[in-house]
Design a protein around this ligand. Structure first.
Ligand code: ADP
Ligand code: MG
Length: 309
C-alpha cells in the first residue's frame, strides 16, 4: 500500500456538505462561505509521549485529535464545518489505520464536520488537525470581553483528566471511565454556540483552569477571584483533595476541554436554560474584578499549569 492508496482507503469519505465544491483528491480543497459569516480556524498537534502514550489505542488518539480542535472552535462560539488531517506515521499498519479512520469518521459524523484534505508523511507518530468553522460576522466569542462584575463559570467537571493522568504517572490503576475522561474529551460545541450571545469572554480548558482563565483576564485587562471549593469536581477527586489538601489538579491540570467563560450579572435564568437544553452543568466559581491577577480563595496555588517549554 502506498501513500495514495492509504489516503483513498482511509481518508477519502463521501462528502455530504453542499458548501464543499472539492474535497480530498485535488491540490487543495474548495468550499464557499455564506455572506455575513467569518471563517474561524484553529490547529492542534498531538504527538506521541506528549499528548498520548505508546499504549493509547488508535481510536482514542483519533478522538482526541479531533475533539481538541472542535473544542477550540466551540470556545469561539462558532460552528465547526471542515477539517484537514496531516498525519505522520512510522509505518503503514492497516489495522491501526482502520481503527483510527473509523473513530475519526464516527466523531466527525456526530459533529457534522467534513474531512477536506491533509497530508501524509513518514516519521514518528504525529497528528495535526486544522479545523475550520463559521460564525456570524463580529459575533465570535473571544478572550477579551470580560468586565469587572461578570461571573466566572465553568462547564462540566474539572480535573478528571488530570486526576487520571496523575494516577497513571504514579503507577495506579485507572478505570476505563477514567481513561475516557483523559483520552476522549467531549468538546462543548453546542454550549459554545449557545453562549455566543450571552458570555462576554470564553476559553476552553486545555492547559489548566488557572492558566486558561488567566488568559481571559490578561486579554480583558481585568482580574478575578475564584473560590476553589466552588470548582465542580468528581467525588473521587474530592476525596483525593481531602487527603492531600492540594487543589493543584483541578486548578492546574489540563485536558478537560470544558469551557471557562464570563457572563455579565443578571443572566442566571438564561444560563440555566442553556445548561438544561445542552444537558451540561454550568457552575459559577467566582467573579471578575478590576484589580488585576487571579486570586484563588481557599488554596494558594503552586502555579504549575502545563507549558510545553
Ligand atoms: P500534494 O502533493 O499536492 O500535497 P498529496 O499527495 O499530499 O498532494 O495529497 C493528495 C490529496 O490527498 C490532497 O487532496 C490532500 O489534501 C489529500 N490528503 C493527503 N493526506 C491526507 C490525509 N491524511 N487525510 C485527508 N486527506 C489527505
Ligand atoms: Mg502533500
Amino acid at each position: 500500500m502506498n501513500e495514495f492508496d492509504l489516503i483513498r482507503e482511509y481518508f477519502t469519505w463521501p462528502i455530504k456538505d453542499p458548501s464543499i465544491a472539492l474535497g480530498v483528491g485535488d491540490d487543495a480543497a474548495l468550499f464557499s462561505l455564506e455572506q455575513g459569516y467569518q471563517l474561524v480556524t484553529t490547529t492542534d498537534t498531538l504527538t506521541e509521549s506528549v499528548h498520548f502514550s505508546e499504549s493509547t489505542p488508535a481510536k482514542e488518539i483519533a478522538h482526541k485529535s479531533l475533539a481538541v480542535n472542535l473544542s477550540d472552535i466551540a470556545a469561539m462560539g462558532a460552528k465547526p464545518k471542515y477539517f484537514t488531517l496531516s498525519i505522520t506515521l512510522p509505518k503503514i499498519d492497516q489495522s491501526w489505520l482502520k481503527e483510527f479512520s473509523d473513530s475519526l469518521r464516527e466523531l466527525s459524523g456526530h459533529y457534522e464536520v467534513s474531512l477536506i484534505g491533509g497530508d501524509t508523511t513518514r516519521g514518528s507518530l504525529n497528528i495535526t488537525i486544522t479545523m475550520f468553522g463559521i460564525v456570524e460576522s463580529s459575533k465570535a466569542l473571544t478572550r477579551s470581553g470580560a468586565r469587572p462584575g461578570d461571573g466566572v463559570y465553568v462547564s462540566g467537571m474539572i480535573g478528571d483528566a488530570g486526576f487520571c493522568f496523575w494516577k497513571l504517572s504514579n503507577g495506579l490503576i485507572t478505570s476505563n471511565q477514567e481513561l475516557k475522561r483523559l483520552n476522549c474529551p467531549t468538546p462543548r460545541v453546542e454550549l459554545g454556540l449557545k453562549l455566543k450571545n450571552l458570555a462576554s469572554a470564553c476559553i476552553d480548558i486545555s492547559d489548566g483552569l488557572e492558566q486558561d482563565l488567566s488568559h481571559i483576564l490578561k486579554a480583558s485587562s481585568v482580574g478575578a477571584i475564584i473560590e476553589v471549593e466552588k470548582i465542580p469536581i468528581s467525588e473521587v477527586l474530592l476525596s483525593h483533595i481531602n487527603d492531600t489538601s492540594d487543589w493543584s489538579i483541578p486548578l492546574c491540570s489540563g485536558d478537560d476541554y470544558e469551557l471557562c467563560f464570563t457572563v455579565p450579572e443578571g443572566n442566571q435564568e438564561a444560563l440555566k436554560k442553556i445548561s438544561e437544553s445542552c444537558n451540561i452543568d454550568i457552575t459559577r466559581i467566582g467573579v471578575v474584578t478590576e484589580s488585576l491577577g487571579l486570586q484563588t480563595e481557599g488554596f494558594d496555588s503552586p502555579r504549575k499549569s502545563y507549558k510545553h517549554f
